[in-house]
Design a protein around this ligand. Structure first.
Ligand SMILES: O=C(CCCC[C@@H]1SC[C@@H]2NC(=O)N[C@@H]21)Nc1ccc([N+](=O)[O-])cc1
Length: 121
């Protein structure tokens, strides 16, 4: 498998996991995300993701998750880097948008953070 083609299984620093399907010749992919954390009152369930990755040896990418246990959406942007041993790591920044009942709560609707992913061993 070529390095930094995102197909496969990944785990992040929160112990969330994602399974990415084959990457098309346009760089498009889809998959399933299992978050290890949530502050929704509902039980966590696997949720679909869709994304696209760029060309190049250490490509940029982005993906979107529509959470199916909570009215919210996350978008991740990042880049795949190879360390000195050829180990792949995905450095990402994410936005999490929750559905608010009222526009007056719009100010607190979006969270931001970072996650690093490695191939699941
Ligand atoms: O909790 C959720 C959906 C799950 C978000 C998981 C985030 S995505 C960025 C970070 N990286 C991960 O691997 N996992 C976390 N939605 C939600 C949260 C709060 C409320 N709320 O009403 O407070 C509603 C929906």
């Amino acid at each position: 498998m070529r390095k930094c083609v995102l197909t496969g299984n990944w785990t992040n620093d929160l112990a969330s996991t994602m399974q990415i399907s084959n990457v098309s010749n346009t760089g498009a992919f889809s998959g399933i995300y299992q978050t290890a954390v949530s502050d929704s009152i509902n039980p966590i369930r696997p949720s679909p993701l869709q994304g696209v990755q760029g060309q190049g040896a250490q490509p940029v990418f982005g993906f979107t998750i529509k959470w199916n246990f909570a009215e919210s959406i996350s978008v991740f942007v990042g880049q795949c880097f190879l360390d000195a041993d050829g180990k792949e790591q995905l450095n990402t920044t994410w936005l999490l948008r929750n559905m608010m009942e009222s526009r007056k709560d719009d100010w607190k609707a979006t969270r931001v953070g970072t996650n690093t992913f490695y191939r699941t061993v």
